[in-house]
Design a protein around this ligand. Structure first.
Ligand SMILES: Nc1nc2c(ncn2[C@@H]2O[C@H](COP(=O)(O)OP(=O)(O)OP(=O)(O)O)[C@@H](O)[C@H]2O)c(=O)[nH]1
Ligand SMILES: [Mg+2]
Length: 212
């Protein structure tokens, strides 16, 4: 389980520092679709390559340091981790895709679990794809975006780790993504975050709120 168990049992921890998230609690870790909760609440899922900052976003949005476990070693999150926000919607921290150092067998298991997840979860309100702002979107990102677009799934792109680049690169990275979306014939929100200490995730909070 890739979650801080000391916080996972909190019934609903109040969070006075976040005007958006009043309560947040870890629900469960699902190794495959059959362990996911009932399709009874809207869910927002965090997807993207390993190490891009998906679990860090969970912590930043809930203003908790260790609600989700993060690591500078890619491949940390290996299951679908459900967090219940404001007792009304799920934020789902997914395993990263495109990480070569995990065994072939494990990669195949993730691929299968993620494929089933995106096909069978009925209440996905928005797929939030994180991309490292320092790099061009990789083939695995583009394949995934194309698949979502072809299946008419709502998604948004989040350029994370913005604290590591200058304004010029921010504009450039946004344009790169816009060009890719244009080629796919879709218009997709593109926002910028920093999930590190003292970072800014306000654009993501606003985006989620607009989909709730
Ligand atoms: N500077 C900076 N570091 C970040 C940011 N977001 C995440 N990190 C760091 O990047 C590393 C990976 O973050 P995680 O949140 O574990 O990444 P992940 O996408 O969940 O990775 P997997 O679970 O392996 O798929 C950690 O060392 C984080 O502290 C950010 O916005 N800025
Ligand atoms: Mg993770």
């Amino acid at each position: 389980m890739s979650v801080d168990s000391s916080t996972s049992s909190d019934a609903s921890l109040s969070n006075p520092n976040s005007p958006f998230i009043k309560t947040a609690r870890f629900m469960l870790s699902a190794p495959s679709i059959k362990f996911c909760p009932e399709n009874d609440k809207p869910e927002f899922c965090l997807a993207g390559r390993s190490n891009v900052g998906k679990s860090s976003i969970v912590n930043a949005i809930t203003n908790r340091k260790k609600l989700a476990k993060t690591s500078n070693m890619p491949g940390k999150t290996r299951e679908m981790n459900y967090f219940l926000m404001n007792e009304s919607w799920y934020l789902v921290d997914l395993p990263g895709y495109g990480y070569a150092k995990v065994s072939k067998k494990e990669q195949e298991r993730w691929k299968h679990a993620l494929g089933e997840y995106f096909e069978k979860r009925e209440d996905i309100r928005l797929v939030i794809i994180l991309v490292d702002i320092r790099h061009k979107p990789q083939e695995s990102d583009l394949d995934f975006m194309f698949w979502l677009a072809s299946n008419e799934m709502p998604f948004a792109c989040v350029l994370n780790k913005s604290d590591k680049v200058n304004k010029k690169r921010i504009a450039e990275a946004k344009q790169e993504l816009r060009n890719e979306h244009k080629a796919m014939n879709v218009e997709v929100p593109i926002i910028v975050t920093s999930a590190g200490p003292g970072g800014d995730i306000s654009e993501l909070e606003n985006l989620i709120q607009s989909f709730l």
